[in-house]
Design a protein around this ligand. Structure first.
Ligand code: C5P
Length: 303
């Protein structure tokens, strides 16, 4: 017997980052949108915990206990006083270390799959608590749709969305480390503070952006897209500027770095425009691949 769970990627349509907290995290106003690129996590009873992965980037996925899927299985097993004796197989389609919550998706997927396999009967709130312990983006991977994340991103308020938004994602060569990007953001801000006395404002969700989501208005959403980590991602990976420029000149309504990057996200008006922008991005030679996806889509689901 085995259980398979499908989990979507995310793009942050707004990522407002506050100052560094004493615990090393940053307070956020993080507007998540789940998009239709998916990982699938399959759990099968086994003698001991084992992780395998398939997909074009499988070799970049750690298969040890640092894998969020393994940690999710162990966390649920510990809570229910049992052994995490499962084989976790990840069919990976979400870019690895790409700023699209691929690792978080695998954590949420493994948690839901083990819960179903073991029949623990954990409540939704219990599962969300475990997700928050695993990582700041993991609760959203479980919930999906669109949500405003506050705190370090784990406290979610579900958002209504009045339509489907079409996206192109330019996949970069190699990943970026999330802590390194936050660290670079702090460093750049410290520089601005010393030079110009600029203080970091409290992170707040943009009213215009929330209205654009609620109304399903892609043009208004494009105008409101923002990511406070973008300057840091560009500082660590300057070549992303040419990717953003290539997508914008190909007709995207809006462009930004997805989360901590290095994937770049392009909001477009419809599917046809998505294909055109994707082709132009590939032809520009500024990215490794271009993927088309729409959102919002539901979070983790048992297949
Ligand atoms: O929560 P998660 O394990 O995904 O976070 C990875 C790293 O990203 C943290 O260790 C921290 O360096 C950074 N981070 C942060 N503020 C957040 C979320 C993540 O500084 N709100």
């Amino acid at each position: 017997m085995s259980v398979t769970v499908r989990v979507p990627a995310k793009v942050n349509v707004q990522l407002a980052v506050g100052g560094a907290r004493p615990d090393g995290f940053h307070d956020l106003a993080n507007v998540f949108l789940a998009v239709g690129l998916y990982d699938e996590v399959t759990v099968t009873p086994a003698d001991s915990l084992r992780v395998t992965c398939e997909g074009p980037d499988a070799s970049k996925v750690p298969l040890d206990r640092t894998n969020l899927a393994a940690r999710a299985a162990e966390a649920l097993a510990a809570r229910y006083g049992r052994r995490a004796d499962v084989h976790l197989h990840i069919a990976k389609d979400i870019p690895v270390a790409g700023g699209m919550a691929g690792g978080s998706a695998d954590g949420a997927g493994a948690l839901l799959a083990c819960d179903a396999l073991w029949g623990t009967g954990a409540s939704r709130d219990e599962l969300l608590d475990i997700c928050a312990e695993l990582g700041s983006d993991v609760p959203f991977s479980l919930v999906g749709g669109a949500a405003l994340g506050t705190g370090r991103g784990e406290k979610l308020r579900v958002l209504e969305v009045g339509g489907t938004f079409h996206w192109v994602f330019a996949v970069a060569d190699g990943g970026l480390s999330t802590p390194a990007v936050y660290g670079e953001c702090d460093r750049l801000r410290e520089f601005d503070r010393l030079r110009e006395g600029v203080e970091v404002p409290e992170p707040v969700a943009s009213g215009a952006l929330l209205r654009a989501l609620a109304e399903g208005d892609a043009v208004a959403l494009a105008a409101a897209l923002s990511n406070d980590l973008q300057a840091a991602a560009l500082s660590l990976r300057p070549s992303l500027a040419s990717t953003l420029a290539a997508g914008s000149s190909a007709g995207a309504l809006g462009a930004l770095v997805s989360g901590s990057g290095p994937t770049t996200a392009f909001l477009v008006s419809d599917e046809e425009s998505a294909r055109k922008v994707a082709d132009a991005l590939v032809a520009s030679g500024t990215c490794r691949a271009a993927r088309v996806a729409a959102g919002p889509v539901p979070g983790a689901v048992v297949l």
